[in-house]
Design a protein around this ligand. Structure first.
Ligand SMILES: [Zn+2]
Length: 186
């Protein structure tokens, strides 16, 4: 099972890959994030020149999480698109290992990210791991179809209780605990 892509093997016209739970390439790497959920990742890698590659695709999966509103255990759905230019690892001081390379960002109009590969291999499984990690919401809530009774749907704006009190000065800063207090009352 290959976790990384040998870029030297990719033909000039590019190659499209389909990695999913069945084919298993990234199972071990993604397990700490997605648990027993399935995933499906599709991506195309195409050489731009002898050393740079364009890689774009999409991953769909679910992550086990807990609703930040009602505490229910949920499988939070994630679908993320990605597009990167893969460039050979640059010689850089040790500390800037993760610094972004910006000097060719005019290459195309839309926002492009650059990702370094080492030798001739791109660690795709690790890349997908990062995509999912970054897509994980800070405050996940129940998907509506799974739990329409979650307070995020039955009581979406707890602050609205104050709306009729027109005497209240508009500038008064909302205490960060006010929202919590309202949650408990529900
Ligand atoms: Zn919920």
């Amino acid at each position: 099972m290959k976790l990384s892509i040998n870029l030297a093997e990719i033909p000039e016209e590019g190659r499209t890959y389909l990695w999913d739970t069945q084919s298993g390439e990234a199972n071990a790497v993604l397990a700490d994030l997605i648990g027993k959920n399935t995933y499906s990742a599709e991506f195309t890698i195409r050489p731009l020149n002898s050393k740079d590659f364009e890689m774009s695709g999409k991953i769909s999966t679910k992550i086990p999480d807990q609703c930040s509103r009602c505490g229910t255990d949920i499988q939070f759905p994630i679908t993320e698109k990605y597009r990167e230019i893969l460039i050979p690892k640059q010689d850089q001081p040790r500390n800037s290992k993760y610094s972004k390379v910006n000097h060719i960002s005019d290459l195309s109009g839309d926002e492009t990210d650059f990702c370094e590969y080492e030798g001739q291999n791109f660690d795709m499984a690790e890349y997908l791991h990062e995509v999912i990690a970054l897509a994980t919401p800070y405050n996940p809530v129940c998907p509506k179809q799974d739990n329409p009774n979650c307070s995020i749907y039955t009581n979406p704006e707890p602050e609205q209780g104050f709306i009729y009190n027109e005497e209240m000065p508009a500038e008064k800063p909302e205490s960060p605990f006010a929202a919590l207090k309202n949650l408990k009352l529900n």
